[in-house]
Design a protein around this ligand. Structure first.
Ligand code: NZQ
Ligand code: ZN
Length: 384
């Protein structure tokens, strides 16, 4: 196991009715900005519940943070916060709203152009305090220190990380997810699944517990994912999905073990150029990464096949191929397509995607840094 430092400071309030506990988490004299997306929280009653809980607080709202939150929209919130001297942000929504709020929180006190946080590795020195009410289990953003922001004008989607952008608290009430359309339930299942794979499907590092945690999350997603689509009214299924998605990317399973993330970085370019949902890109790219990196991931692929899917056999190659097929079939079973061509993306579109990877410095991807632009190209070609 590799050396690691692990600290996750996010206070998690999990379960039914926990929005009512908001006043215990936000100072009474705070001037609060409630930031949200396109309005799902108005329709499902979550915004009302937040207002009821925060009765007596000074509140401003900022709506319109879009999926794949944009720098352009977020900078409007930065202006509003400066103008109104707001000192606490509450993100209410999915990963995009939470990621957007992380950027806003870092951008408000930042001297210079906050885009530098994404492109020049500029470090945030301070951030505005913020908490979250999660309504879409998928990204793990509610309990991690990452954020992914898009600058629409240059079709660029980039991640940034900072220990200062952990939320102070996150409220995870599975009932807020009952209003999710099937497409977003599917996206959440696949995003969480692939987060685990990025931290698990590398090479053995003697992280025995991390491996078992990872396999446990994968198996729970395989069991409960389809149930969430078939029986959307079941609280316990939603609760398990929500906790899986949070634990899939809160630092726990990735501590002390190698990590890949090539699927995500290639996927971000597909979203930026072609507008696919984040998880839609992952369902396409991961099976190709597994296939093309069969040799370097061999031992973990065999472990994954046996422990997650129960496949063993004499012929290792057959076992691995079966595990890859089952992974693809699982993504399809929960409603995602697994081919670029199903979205009208073909051979002619690959050079631009590879060019973007180069432009963004994504030239040594994967746990061995051996996924060059040429290998990314092969991955994309295999994904057609
Ligand atoms: O905007 P509203 O109206 O709220 O609707 C949203 C949005 O249209 C809707 N939605 C959310 N909760 C709902 C709901 N609809 C009905 N009922 C509810 N309870 O769902 C749509 C998608 O929301 P979004 O927040 O975009 O989805 P998700 O949570 O999948 O977030 C995706 C973003 O997170 C980034 C992705 O790249 C993408 O930009 N990621 C962030 C990560 C992180 N911070 O660690 C890691 C991930 O790998 C990922 O890259
Ligand atoms: Zn993801």
């Amino acid at each position: 196991m590799n050396n690691f430092t692990f600290c996750n400071p996010v206070n998690i309030l999990f379960g039914r009715g926990r929005i009512a506990d908001l006043p215990g988490e936000i100072p009474k004299d705070a001037r609060v900005l409630i930031a949200y997306g396109g309005g799902s929280i108005k329709k499902n009653g979550v915004l009302d519940a937040v207002h009821t809980a925060l009765a007596g607080y000074t509140i401003t709202e900022f709506a319109g943070i879009e999926p794949n939150p944009s720098y352009e929209t977020l900078m409007k919130a930065v202006e509003l916060i400066r103008e109104k001297d707001i000192n606490f942000i509450l993100a209410v929504g999915g990963g995009s709203v939470i990621d957007g709020v992380k950027f806003i929180a870092a951008a408000v006190p930042f001297e210079g152009d906050p885009w530098d946080l994404l492109t020049r590795g500029a470090k945030a020195k301070s951030v505005l305090p913020f908490g979250t009410v999660l309504t879409l289990p998928a990204t793990g953003s509610e309990m991690n220190c990452g954020s992914v922001i898009t600058r629409k004008s240059i079709q660029t989607k980039l991640p940034f990380m900072s220990p200062l952008i952990y939320p102070i608290f996150s409220i995870l009430d599975p009932e807020t997810t009952f209003s999710l359309p099937p497409r977003q339930i599917s996206n959440g299942i696949v995003d969480a699944f692939v987060h685990v794979m990025e931290q698990y499907l590398t090479y053995p590092a003697e992280g025995h517990l991390q491996d078992r945690f990872a396999e446990g999350i994968l198996q729970t997603l395989i069991e409960d994912g389809p149930k969430a689509l078939k029986t959307p009214e079941k609280y316990e299924v939603r609760a398990n999905l929500m906790w899986c998605a949070t634990l899939a990317l809160n630092g726990l399973i990735g501590a002390g073990v190698p990590q890949d993330w090539a699927t995500h970085m290639i996927g971000h370019e597909i979203t930026a150029l072609h507008g696919l949902d984040h998880a839609q890109t992952l369902a396409i790219v991961l099976p190709s990464v597994m296939t093309l990196k069969k040799d370097t991931k061999r031992l973990k692929l065999l472990q994954y096949a046996e422990r997650v899917w129960g496949i063993t056999g004499e012929d290792d190659d057959l076992v691995i191929d079966k595990a890859i097929d089952l992974t693809r079939a699982f993504f399809e079973r929960v409603g995602l397509k697994t081919r670029l061509s199903e979205y009208g993306i073909g051979e002619k579109d690959i050079p631009a995607l590879v060019q973007q990877l180069k432009a963004h410095g994504m030239v040594k991807l994967g746990e061995h840094g051996d996924i060059s632009p040429e290998v990314s190209q092969q991955i994309l070609e295999l994904s057609i």
